[in-house]
Structure formats: C-alpha cells, structure tokens
Write a protein that binds this ligand. Structure first.
Ligand code: NCD
Length: 304
C-alpha cells in the first residue's frame, strides 16, 4: 500500500511511466473506462478547490469508478473536533483511495500514517502539492518535449506557493535545469527549499524581483497567485497582491517557444489578453491534471 505525500517519493522512472500512461489515456480513453469499476475515491477537502477536487473526481469517473467525499471542513466531523487520524481511519472503511487537501502542513501525512488505503496529498497548507506537479510535468513534456536543459522562471508568491515547492522538488532531479526565482523580497522561496533541494542537488538559481529582466532567457514561465489565505494581515496582502501582472507588452522579448504556465486560479497576475497567445498553456495544464490523476490512481491502486 502506497501513498503520495511528496513528489520526491516518485522515482524518475515512475514519473516517466505516469507520463506515458497519461499520454496513452489521452490516445485511447476507451481502454481505461472500466479500469476502476467497483472502486471508490474519497475526496476530503478541508480547503477550497475547483480544479484539484473536480479533476480527481472526473479522473475516477473516467476510470469507471465512483466518488464520495466533502468539499468543506464545516460539513465533516472535523467541525465536531474529530482528528485527521480518526477521519482517515474511518474513511478507509468506505473507500479505496483518499485525496486530501488540508490547511495544515503535514495533515495528509498524518492521514497516510493512519489510513489502510492510499492517501494522496492534494495540497497541504503552504507546503506541497504533488499532483499539481504531475499536471505541470505532463504540460512540460507535451509542450517542450523534455525535462532537461530548461531555464524555468517561477514568479509571484514563492514563499507560500505550495505548487512552486513541489515543482522545484521534481525539476531539481533533471539535468541542466536553471531556476530564476522572481518574487517580492517578502515572498522569497523558503530557506528549507534552498538548502534541502536546490543546494543539495547543486542546482543553479538566481533570485530577483525583476520579471522583465529575466524574460528573454526563460523556456518556462510559471506564474503564481499571491496566497491571500496564508497571510497574517490583510495590509501585507493588499500591498503585495499585484506585484506582478503578466501582459502582452511584457512578453515582447520572450522566446517564441516560451511556455506560460499557472496552476490556477488566477486573480490579476496574468492579463486575460495573454490567454489567446499560443504560448499560454495554463488551461491545458488544468486538463493535463485530470490525465495525470487518472494515471496516479491506477498506479496507487496497483491496476495495470
Ligand atoms: C493551487 C493550490 O491550491 O495550491 N491551485 C491548484 O490546486 N491548482 C494554486 C493556488 O491556489 O494558487
């Protein structure tokens, strides 16, 4: 029995095989439409979500399985004081696999330690979001055709942005990767990501506040939302929320094959005028998330 809490738990071979499985699902959806017949996915979402929860649910339905769960903490027994450990133990009686999102860092890990079925971390606080990274990886594969020799710009809230932390964790294992970390000084990447991931893997990176200055060298530009819900005071959020707004003039000196990504939801950080630029890949990225979640469900349930 295996869970997915942190993207680093997957070997590069396993990532390749998930990507290949997702590509096969895209080509031959009918082949997969009954693979999870009789299986149930429980979506336990203690925090808001649109894409992650619904793409997990769509993934299970497209595999022929069923879904149960809740989409807010207030409608579950956690509102009565039940622990994550007890909830996970209980849900193990009703479902075959759990996808859990929680505002507390480490909650899905606690669930995995107490469940008797696989638990997938669907986002834990400002920490990690491994299945978003799977969506990002499939997007990079389909758009760039490779995982090595890339200069990746990560822009926005690098402090609280859990998608950024997981994506760095994944991409740091490929060859000749360079990161350009673009953020306001207050929202720089946490030190633990620098020491435990970037420095440990000998990854080249620069930190800057200047999106425009970095643009020309980027192969991928990963924009992020300033994570309002993680701020301690509203004043700081209001001051920082519009630090970066990607619009068409800012893309003037970008590469013609730049891939513009964003985990979504977007607030102001990408102008809607960019949406029709052929380099805008964020909506496809959300679709890719469904295919990768299908591949992951099959893998964790041990279905060939
Ligand atoms: C992200 C998240 O929840 O961390 N959303 C998502 O799952 N696609 C990004 C965000 O909320 O800004």
């Amino acid at each position: 029995m295996r869970s997915l809490i942190d993207i680093k738990e997957l070997s590069l071979e396993e990532i390749d095989s998930l990507v290949n499985c997702a590509l096969d699902i895209i080509e031959n959806p009918a082949k997969y439409s009954e693979k999870c017949k009789g299986k149930k996915l429980a979506t336990l979402f203690f925090e808001p979500s649109t894409r992650t929860r619904l793409s997990f649910e769509a993934a299970m339905y497209e595999l022929g399985g069923n879904v149960l769960g809740f989409s807010e903490a207030s409608s579950s027994s956690s509102a009565k004081g039940e622990s994550v450990a007890d909830t996970a133990r209980m849900i193990s009686c009703y479902a075959d696999i759990i996808a859990m999102r929680h505002p507390k860092e480490g909650a899905p890990l606690v669930a995995a330690m107490n469940a008797t079925i696989p638990v997938v971390n669907a986002g834990d606080g400002g920490h990690n979001h491994p299945t978003q990274t799977l969506a990002d990886l499939l997007t990079i594969k389909r758009k760039k055709g490779r995982f090595d020799n890339l200069t990746i710009g990560l822009c926005g809230d690098l402090k609280f942005g859990r998608t950024v932390h997981s994506l760095i964790g994944a991409m740091s294992r490929y060859k000749n990767i360079k990161f350009v970390l673009i953020s306001p000084v207050e929202l720089k990447i946490p030190d633990y990501v620098k020491t435990e991931v970037l420095d440990k893997n000998g990854i080249e990176y620069v930190e800057t506040t200047d999106l425009q200055g970095a643009m020309a060298e980027l192969d991928v530009l990963y924009m992020t939302r300033v994570q309002k819900e993680r701020f301690f005071n509203e004043e700081d959020y209001l001051r920082l929320k519009d630090s970066y707004i990607l619009d068409l003039p800012k893309l003037q000196n970008a590469k013609s094959d730049l891939s513009i990504m964003h985990p979504l939801p977007r607030v102001n950080e990408i102008s809607v005028k960019v949406d029709t630029d052929p380099r805008a890949h964020y909506f496809e990225q959300a679709l890719n998330g469904k295919y990768m979640r299908m591949a992951l469900i099959l893998m964790l349930l041990g279905i060939k």
